[in-house]
Ligand binder design. Sequence first.
Ligand SMILES: [Ca+2]
Ligand SMILES: [Ca+2]
Length: 337
Amino acid sequence: MSLLPRAGRGRRLALAAALAALLAGCTQRVPEVTSGEYLRSWGLGAINAMGAYQAGATGRGVTVAMVDCGLQDAPREVLRNVSRNSVDIFAAERALPATDRHGTYMAGPLGSALDRRGLVGVAYNAELLSVRADIEGGHNGQCAFKASSLARAVQYAADQKARVIVLPLQATRPMGPAFETALKNAVDGGAVVVIAAGNRSADQPGYPARYAADPRFAGAIVAVGATTAEGELTKWSNRAGPTKAWYLAAPGERIVTDCGKKTCRLVSGTSFAASYVAGALALVMEGHPQLTGREALALLLQNARDTGEPGADPTYGWGVLDVGKVFPQTAEAKRRG
Ligand SMILES: [Ca+2]
Ligand SMILES: [Ca+2]
């Protein structure tokens, strides 16, 4: 006799559990701050991303182009957000297997899906347009690029109407007229270009980030330096220098990325700081669709957390990325305070 109620209760419990799982799946528009997925993505707290998520911004509908070395062996949570228009500029000529997974490492903090595993990307619903442009064979085992192929890659991203284009690369010299023409076409078409400041401890960014201060592109390019988990610029990050009015700092040291079933990878570099800024721009653009690219970038710059000397300064530029500040706080968030 007692078997029936137990069986009944068991079923109801199972149903209740299923219902709870279903509800969680439906309502998980915002990451849970106690989840492993969120905690591994420590940069989200550092840039106050939750303020954007609570306002409903997740990057949905915004295409972010990553001009890099492709998405070699990327985790499923990254591939889920990859655009079908992703391309390899040299696809027809490739013969050697890729060895540098820099593009995959970049994509993790930028656009990993919210799926209860791995990481949460800053813009976890953005569309990632991978534009692979590295020369065949690389250089000393690392990705390397020619200015002419980067010009093609930036033009492709612009043609695809990517609203954000990330360039996680550094050079010592200007990139030449073909690249500059492509860059001009991209920014004139409304894109914002996010460029790693470089990792050489220099007092100003390398190229192409230094184009941020070039009047042809001013206001549509942001140079990005890397901070530690404590929010200070790393020793190795290039400083703002003459790009201080178009420079932001963001997490770039000991960033968790490329999570497999059991392990993830720790990476450092201004490339990863650029991932954070690119993701943040996607959030701002989704949340404020009426803004032009330049206006969205201006909003992000003006809301940075002022660090170093007061105001925009030659070390931190505008300061440390604080995307949550761009979004008005909900009454509930204000109460929690
Ligand atoms: Ca995930
Ligand atoms: Ca300052």
